[in-house]
Design a protein around this ligand. Structure first.
Ligand code: FAD
Length: 432
């Protein structure tokens, strides 16, 4: 079968995503811009608390990174814990780490409550060491995480690694049993249905083109112009992530959109599946320019990486198929003759300090910067912003940290500097 330049996960979504051809309401309590995990989690939570809320999505629900990712529901943050403690102090980082664990529970609770059929499983994740020095660092990391956060990670020496992965190239591994896996397209579709059931107005194919503040009778409101007319709202949540545009220029300046690509193989025989990933973990390696991979529920190998740093285009997707296939065979020579049936790409929302951020910008709520942790984090941040709008106490530990703007060459739409970032990470992988 030839490679389809197509997202494998979307092929598994039976029910079409909730849609609405209705006219926009003239005014509403809250408008959410962007219908991925973050936006849909926020509207679901708001609607459940009786708030009149609409979500406006430029394409279809889940069209952004939320249906394109690896489906890894991961604990922790992108940066190493010592770096985080040095930057933000022990107390703040304890709260951040607790939030990362809570975010996995948050996804699990939503999946259960809404009976979302998305193959959610607490299968744990495995990080594999590409160098001896990386493996040597695992012991220290695990001890630090146990001491600071009372969270248990398990080290797997090279001699026992075959119980976890059918590959000989790694120097050992580290396991976190708390992490989970799911089918992201089914999950985001389930979130959209849940939000609609709770009473939220869902509007797809509705692109927000500008947002202005208005004061009328002493009350501040936001007026949003969209491709399907105007709408006013008391509060706005920006959940447009890496796909943020100049419609919200202040947020756009903060985001570094980075491409990531995935291939999915043909369905593999059961015996080979057991050999490649005996415990069916979510797996990623220890490099900066990393590979992440897992089995799909129907036993394909799904293998992803930053094959190009540019956001996805037809060209980068096509080139990525071969780069990732070579990467996959490097890890698993057993797959040399296996057919790759799908390839697709998506864009991640990095920030200059590689941290998630939330708070208010130009008077509007926002949450961005989930990078490779957005399945859990975007869901959690969306729910937290909703709670804040409903008057709950502020308890997002990431909202008090400084949010640096991205340098011009790395911002959305100005991607000329991205190859330099790619080269820098490759150099770091060579040196460290
Ligand atoms: C290839 C890939 C693999 C990944 N793997 C993982 C993984 O395994 N685990 C993990 O945790 N994370 C992973 N991620 C990251 C994760 O997918 C994202 O962090 C997460 O989906 C972000 O969700 P979101 O709701 O914030 O944004 P998105 O899902 O990107 O949604 C933003 C939406 O906003 C809409 N939008 C933008 N501007 C406007 C506008 N003006 N008007 C209306 N709508 C607008 C867009 O159309 C888009 O649908 C991966 C990402 C990619 C691309």
């Amino acid at each position: 079968m030839p490679i389809k330049e197509k997202n494998y996960w979307l092929d598994t979504v039976a029910a079409p995503l909730a849609q609405s051809a209705r006219d926009l309401p003239g005014s509403i309590d809250v408008v959410v811009v962007g219908g991925g995990f973050c936006g849909l989690s926020a509207v679901r939570a708001l609607a459940k608390r009786g708030v009149k809320v609409a979500v406006l999505e430029a394409e279809t629900f889940g069209w952004g990174a939320s249906s394109r990712n690896g489906g890894m529901v991961l604990t922790g943050m992108k940066l190493p814990v010592p770096t985080l403690i040095k930057r933000y102090g022990r107390d703040t980082v304890r709260k951040m780490y607790a939030a990362s664990l809570e975010s996995i529970d948050c996804v699990e609770q939503i999946v259960r409550e809404e009976t979302i059929d998305c193959s959610f499983s607490r299968c744990g994740h495995l990080e594999v060491a590409c160098k001896q020095a990386h493996f040597d660092g695992y012991q220290e990391s695990a001890a630090l995480i146990k001491r600071e956060f009372n969270h248990e990670l398990r080290i797997v020496p090279k001699s026992e690694l075959h119980g976890e992965i059918g590959s000989d190239i790694y120097f050992g591994g580290m396991i976190d049993e708390t992490s989970a896996g799911l089918n992201p397209a089914q999950y985001v579709a389930g979130l959209a249905h849940a939000a609609q059931r709770a009473g939220a107005c869902l509007h797809d194919h509705t692109r927000v083109t500008s947002i202005k503040q208005e004061i009328s009778n002493g009350v501040r409101k936001f007026r949003l112009q969209t491709s399907r007319g105007a709408i006013t709202a008391r509060e706005v949540i920006l959940a447009s992530s890496a796909y943020t545009t100049e419609a919200t220029p202040a947020l756009c300046k903060k985001i570094i959109p980075i491409g990531s690509y995935i291939i999915a193989s043909e369905v593999l025989p059961a015996e080979l599946v057991r050999e490649l990933s005996p415990r069916n973990r979510m797996i990623y390696d220890s490099k900066h320019f990393l590979y992440y991979y897992r089995l799909t529920p129907d036993n394909r190998m799904l293998f992803g990486g930053r094959a190009a740093f540019f956001p996805e285009t037809e060209n980068t997707v096509r080139q990525s198929a071969e780069i990732l296939r070579r990467g996959m065979i490097g890890v698993y020579p057993q797959l040399r003759d296996t057919k790759v049936e799908f390839v697709w790409g998506g864009t991640l929302d990095f920030t200059l300090d590689v941290m998630p951020h939330a708070g208010k910008i130009d008077g509007m709520y926002f949450a961005v910067g989930f990078a490779g942790h957005g399945v859990a984090a975007a869901t959690w941040f969306g729910a937290k912003l909703a709670a804040q709008i409903c008057g709950d106490p502020r308890d997002i530990p990431f909202d008090a940290i400084k949010f640096p703007s991205a340098p011009l060459g790395l911002r959305s739409g100005h991607t000329w500097a991205l190859p330099l970032v790619g080269a820098w990470y490759r150099l770091l992988d060579f040196l460290t």
